[in-house]
Write a protein that binds this ligand. Structure first.
Ligand code: PAF
Length: 280
């Protein structure tokens, strides 16, 4: 696996692949890789002859009181995993390489109604930071296809919108959320859970499954189902941020009777804020 740290070198290599008509599948990450990331890599490998992964802990998507400084940086281990996973190229730029000056640090890309609701409401600027870095990465790596996990459902919709609005020639492919055996969605932030919190954590997904079953059985209006689920989580020790039934395509608030739905939840459990979702 070749490791590249500069945009110029990355672009030149991608140019050479395109000249030879070798398509590129791309998996952007912030490192601290877990089996969920490796599923994205596996998917990428089925989509194109060249697989590129990136590791860049993007400061623009962290709020002031969030865990940018303590976010686990595990480059050596990540590199070994990607190597074992047969990735062709790892792009791991420095902060200065992606954001060379004050102006590049201040770029904002918002999609009102999509990037400022749910996680976007609780983490102002987060999805703008994601959109800005993904645009930089796509322009540098020039992938034909990029692979993202469905656990970050809202992020996927923001990235699809980014691709559409900026006419970026990249196909977005998603991979179902990878779960531990007890149902907890795999996440880099699960490592922050204490032993006891780790026992409680799968309740988030169980509550989503229950709410899905209630929606399907029409056992109550959406707001009553949401409220009941939040109460279950609170009783178990979570601090719910939101538990929300939304339109699956654009996260707008659905009318009762709507069928293309997704249920999304975010809740603190001790230090980490866990997110998960379920499609109906
Ligand atoms: O999902 C992530 O790990 C990040 O948000 C991403 C897409 C790599 C952008 O920094």
């Amino acid at each position: 696996m070749k490791v590249i740290t500069t945009k110029n070198e990355m672009k030149a290599l991608s140019d050479s692949f395109h000249q030879r008509d070798e398509h590129i599948a791309f998996v952007p990450t912030m490192g601290n890789l877990h089996p969920g990331h490796m599923q994205l890599v596996e998917k990428a490998e089925t989509l194109a002859p060249k697989t590129i992964a990136s590791i860049f802990v993007n400061p623009l998507q962290f709020g002031q009181n969030e865990d940018l400084d303590s976010y686990p940086r595990t480059m050596e281990r990540d590199q070994q995993l990607l190597e074992l996973g047969d990735v062709d190229i790892l792009f791991s730029p420095t902060r200065e390489e992606i954001y060379p000056d004050e102006t590049s640090n201040k770029e904002v890309i918002e999609f009102p109604g999509l990037s400022d609701v749910l996680c976007g409401a609780s983490r102002p600027g987060h999805f703008s930071g994601v959109a800005v870095v993904v645009k930089h990465l796509f322009e540098t790596v020039q992938p034909d296809v990029a692979v993202f996990g469905e656990k970050d459902y809202q992020q996927v919709l923001v990235i699809k919108k980014l691709v559409q609005e900026y006419k970026l020639p990249v196909e977005i492919v998603t991979v179902p959320t990878q779960r531990e055996t007890d149902g907890l969605a795999m996440s880099s932030r699960n490592g922050y859970l204490s032993e006891q919190e780790r026992q409680t954590a799968p309740l988030l997904y169980q509550t989503l499954c229950q709410a899905r079953d209630q929606v399907k059985a029409k056992a109550g209006c959406f707001s009553a189902i949401e409220q009941q689920a939040s109460e279950v989580l609170t009783k178990a020790g979570f601090k719910p941020d939101y538990f929300s039934i939304r339109h699956a395509d654009d996260l707008s608030e659905p009318n009762e009777g709507e069928t293309r739905l997704v249920i999304l939840a975010a809740a603190w459990l001790g230090k980490p804020r866990l997110i998960d979702n379920i499609l109906i």
